[in-house]
Design a protein around this ligand. Sequence first.
Ligand code: CDP
Length: 222
Amino acid sequence: MAGRVIAIDGPAASGKSSVSRGVAAALDWLFVSSGHFYRTVAWGTVRDGVSSDDLAAWISLRQLTLLNDNKDQGTTRNISLLLDGENTTPHLSEPEVAATVSLIATVPAVRDFINARLRALAEHHDLVMEGRDIGSVVFPETPWKFYLDASPEVRARRRSSEGAIDSVSERDRLDSTRATAPLIIPNGSIVIDTTHLDLQQVIATVLSYLDPLTVTPTRSVQ
Ligand code: CDP
């Protein structure tokens, strides 16, 4: 890992995505949603009608292309994904994807396929990467790990206010109980309860731990 990585993990609708975008914009680092990789694969399984028995063979034949986007919303450096040449961005919030993604995410061959690509990004970029296992599995060696949480009521409200049809509690259950890379608080992470904080307050809290980053990049935030 040549670049620096800020890992931000947490359950569904805990604010990871908006916070990670804000932190990436503040630092001018690349924002990466690892969930977009899982959603991309989930969409591909829906597109191709792949059964769980065939998933490992199917994934081994996939072509995933990463495109550097211009700054989205004018502020954040981002990437978009092509699966077998098709742009998956318009599909990532589809109900079939939300219903499938935590199932395909239990499959080790899928996780290996995605993790290799997430790690390759750090060869050439400083990253703010959000997900479920970024601090625990993908980049356990990074000194900058955060875990965001919020009450289940607030998380359900946030997600429905986005207009998304999403089984947040069922995904949380699957994500926390799976055998491979379950959602956990990674060792050494800073835990931030966002229940009573607005977006700017959470971004400011994360950034407040990062001053050492610009001074002595090898020092832990703790
Ligand atoms: O936005 P939200 O937090 O609801 O979900 P997401 O980040 O788009 O992730 C969608 C799903 O992908 C999660 O519920 C997990 O099942 C899976 N995922 C994972 O297993 N590991 C990751 N590092 C990221 C996502």
